[in-house]
Design a protein around this ligand. Structure first.
Ligand SMILES: O=C(O)C1=C[C@@H](OP(=O)(O)O)[C@@H](O)[C@H](O)C1
Ligand SMILES: C=C(OP(=O)(O)O)C(=O)O
Length: 399
């Protein structure tokens, strides 16, 4: 029998959300007065944000944390600081020009230190607000919009943000607005315009929820196992996190979810069939769902995955390479439309390359229900979920 093809009921504690944590930390840094933040994430992305805000070095090296890079760029500008922002080689390939252009329009002085449109960059503060109204493309990364929103109450004229064209990862913009609201700041979002008047963040007590993106891998494990039941602690049914969509998706792929006050119980149910899904607003669970479909034998169409190409790695390419190792396919059948063709023949052993991407390591873990799996560079999970493998050990002791 393969490891994890069947396991006894057990509880997974889950980490806190790095997305909520990093927003709470920026807002905290912009609040006059003392907040009480609870449950901040153990994720490296959050620990990096904590360290940089605390130590305030002249160079913000964000490593591979996208939110930390984008949020700190806007933060350095609004707090009128001189900072260099840099990160890993991959971070310096992830675009930031849309955010820099918007900040320059508002009045910030920012220079690129290497390639136009990409980190590293030097922020020289924002002496005077030149414009209170800015247009911004919404189809590359919502993190630019979140970064601008969080600093906007501190701008003397506030900010009117016009979102141009298709807006991706909308749920993350909504999360930003909800977090701002939790700290007493109103943002009004009507059609394509978000308006934030000059306001003060109010000191408060805020507790970060468990991470739905991290939870998705455990849903996948239950879907792929022959027998198994898990309780995921700390998840809320009505979450600020768009990745809670995994409940609806996994309901079709054989996982029943039952919520109570402490979290959610996952049990197996017959597969109802999953034909197509648009991941525009929950891109981080696309890998989880692709691997699940490949393992459970569900052909499916994936759309809204364009942004996967500019994340920790080119996630489309990485998925295609690694799925092929167990005879599954992720084919671009039309422009930006991908069909997942499940595995028909499982090798006795698969070695998964992880491309410096935490989600590659975690998404392929459920393959352990079917064959022997070697995950290369397993510590890559530290970016969002350092205790991931320790949590898997809880299961090993319950087989
Ligand atoms: O704002 C956030 O916390 C995030 C937004 C998303 O990025 P994009 O807006 O670039 O899709 C997501 O992929 C990332 O993991 C976290
Ligand atoms: C894309 C991710 O993070 P970021 O963009 O913040 O690096 C992620 O965690 O999957």
């Amino acid at each position: 029998m393969n490891q994890f093809s069947a396991f006894q009921p057990c509880t997974i504690p889950l980490p806190s959300s790095k997305s909520e944590s990093n927003r709470a930390l920026i807002i905290d840094a912009l609040t006059e007065g003392e907040n009480h933040l609870h449950n901040l994430a153990e994720a490296r992305d959050t620990q990096t944000m904590i360290r940089l805000l605390k130590e305030n070095p002249p160079v913000y090296d964000v490593l591979d944390a996208g939110t930390t890079m984008r949020f700190l760029t806007a933060y350095a500008a609004v707090t009128n600081q001189h900072k260099v922002l840099t990160g890993t080689a991959r971070m310096c390939e992830r675009p930031i020009g849309i955010l820099v252009d918007a900040l320059r329009e508002i009045g910030a002085e920012i220079h690129y230190l290497n390639s136009e449109g990409y980190p590293p960059l030097a922020v020289h503060g924002l002496q005077e607000q030149k414009s209170g109204r800015v247009s911004i493309r919404g189809d590359v990364s919502s993190q630019y919009i979140s970064a601008l929103l969080m600093i906007s109450p501190k701008l003397p004229q506030g900010l009117q943000l016009e979102l141009e064209g298709k807006v991706g990862s909308k749920t993350y913009i909504e999360m930003t607005i909800q977090l701002m609201k939790a700290f007493g700041v109103e943002a009004i979002w009507e059609n394509n315009t978000i308006i934030v008047a000059p306001q003060k963040y109010q000191p408060t007590t805020f507790s970060v929820e468990s991470d739905w993106s991290g939870a998705s891998y455990w849903f996948s494990l239950v879907a792929c196992a022959e027998k198994g039941e898990l309780f995921l602690k700390g998840l809320k049914e009505n979450s600020l996190q768009g990745d809670s969509k995994i409940v609806e998706i996994m309901d079709k792929l054989g996982v029943k979810s039952e919520f109570n006050a402490d979290g959610v119980k996952l049990t197996k149910q017959p597969i109802k069939g999953f034909e197509a899904f648009d991941f525009t607003h929950c891109p981080d669970i696309a890998q989880t769902v692709a691997v699940t479909c490949a393992i459970v034998g569900q052909k499916a169409v994936f759309t809204g995955v364009e942004s996967l190409r500019i994340k920790e790695t080119d996630r489309i390419f990485a998925l295609q390479q690694e799925l092929a190792k167990f005879n599954a396919d992720f084919v671009e059948t039309e422009k930006d439309v991908f069909t997942l063709i499940p595995s028909v023949n499982m090798p006795n052993q698969v070695r998964i390359h992880t491309y410096d991407d935490h989600r590659m390591a975690m998404a392929f873990m459920p393959l352990m229900t079917k064959t022997r799996v070697i995950i290369e560079d397993p510590e890559v999970v530290n970016k969002s979920y350092p205790s991931f493998w320790k949590h898997l050990e809880i299961l090993s002791s319950n087989i």
